[in-house]
Design a protein around this ligand. Structure first.
Ligand code: PLP
Length: 412
């Protein structure tokens, strides 16, 4: 975004509907009956991002696609469908219910529940062939119990805490964990994993190296006790790009697949050709001319300095347009940047289109994504709002319909 291109002061405007249509807009009849605010998900770019990432990794390295949180807001079922077809090896979800949704939709590849499971979910886990990350003896026992009831031996990935301080068995607890594991014959350690806290930060390379040392020590202990996990993994997207050699034989990547990386990877490592997958669009529903000195929106936090042309957009913070972008954020109208003015409200937002020639009711407005030569990235929005790009896409709420484009629409 460049400031000089923000709507200027020409009060010359015609009220007319835009004739430019996005190729993905539903038929005009369905638009007549629904709010014109939508997200487009480019599954072609998703698969492209998988391919360029895969090409940068050693061939022995498998890829787990993180599709938790509804694939960072992109729609887990469709994204997983497209990724499965493109040959991804594993899926990572946070919750068993996210894994169940993928299984119900026909996803066949192994699914790891990265945050383990809750009491009462063990049976569903076993029946749906979901693999949990395990970081407590209690959950290992619950898993074993459920496996026994189904007369199965069930795989799990042992998660060790190598320095993140979050979920994971610490090096102190490892030996007693393995004592319990030894007694349980219905569970099998098929994976060993840890999570790196600072893989995107070159200043913390030493800390990352310490984490990897701790992880290697854990791997030696586990092997010495007779476990031979097939999958050993530590790297998220940032580490998959910057760490060499890659620890273990699998990487777990999320953001890179969705084309969001500028605020989540090590800046010193050149990026690959990752393309954004999500865009968010809406249309102008109302235009009004207001005099200088007019307060706009809740609290009147913006007061026009000049005679202005103000457009109302049918999108608000409930849709995921972060309220912290009030009086800060920008959108694209007719290929030009227009400033968000006043407080973003729950369902509506005002933008200043003064001087954007021809701006009128029905014009497509880009909140996230590209129009003509101009683009607003999730990273830019996040920077403006003081957060991370992941929160921007995760935050696009269920009220915003997703329209899918690309290989078989990602249907499994
Ligand atoms: C989400 C997640 C990842 C993926 O992280 P990205 O930064 O999106 O690549 C990897 N590992 C775990 C444990 C995760 O929860």
């Amino acid at each position: 975004m460049k400031d000089e291109d923000v709507a200027g002061d020409l009060p010359n405007r015609k009220e007319q509907a835009s004739t430019r249509e996005s190729p993905l807009i539903p038929s005009p009849s369905s638009f007549d009956s629904s709010r014109p605010t939508w997200a487009e998900i480019d599954l072609g770019n998703l698969v492209h991002n998988l391919r360029v990432t895969r090409a940068s990794l050693p061939s022995r390295c498998a890829i787990m696609a993180a599709v938790k949180a509804d694939a960072y807001g992109h729609g887990a079922v469709r994204c997983a469908g497209a990724l499965e077809q493109a040959g991804v090896d594993w899926f990572g979800v946070a919750l068993p219910e996210e894994g169940l949704a993928l299984r119900s939709a026909g996803i066949k590849r192994p699914i790891l529940c990265l945050s383990g499971f809750w009491e009462g979910q063990a049976r569903h886990l076993v029946r749906s062939e979901l693999t949990p990350a395990i970081f407590s003896t209690a959950s290992l026992e619950a898993l074993s119990h459920a496996a026994q009831a189904e007369r199965l031996v069930v795989d799990y990935h042992l998660k060790v805490d190598s320095g993140m301080g979050r979920i994971g068995v610490t090096s102190n607890q490892l030996s007693s964990f393995l004592d319990v594991a030894e007694r349980l014959s219905s569970v099998r350690m098929d994976g060993l994993m840890t999570h790196l806290a600072c893989a995107d930060d070159p200043e913390k390379a030493e800390f990352t190296a310490k984490q990897l040392e701790a992880f290697e020590a854990a791997a030696r202990s586990v092997q010495a006790r007779g476990h031979h996990p097939r999958w050993v993994h530590a790297a998220n997207g940032a580490a998959a790009r910057s760490l060499r050699p890659i620890p273990g034989n699998m990487v777990r990547i999320g953001g890179l697949l969705y084309g969001i990386w500028r605020d989540a990877t090590d800046r010193r490592v050149p990026p690959l050709d990752w393309q954004p997958v999500m865009s968010v669009r809406t249309r102008i529903v109302l235009i009004k001319e207001v005099p200088a000195g007019a307060p706009l929106g809740y609290g009147g936090t913006f007061v026009t300095e000049r005679e202005s042309v103000i457009a109302t957009l049918p999108i608000g913070y409930q849709d995921g347009l972060l309220r912290s972008l009030s009086n800060r954020g920008k959108v694209i109208v007719r290929g030009k940047l227009a400033r968000i003015v006043g407080r973003i409200s729950m369902d509506l937002t005002l933008v200043d289109v003064t001087g954007i020639e021809g701006a009128g009711i029905g014009d497509e407005v880009v909140v996230l994504g590209q129009q003509g030569e101009r683009r607003i990235t999730a990273e830019e929005i996040a920077g403006e709002a003081g957060t991370l790009s992941y929160e921007v896409t995760c935050g696009i709420s269920g009220r915003v319909p997703r329209l899918y484009e690309g290989p078989q629409n990602g249907l499994p």
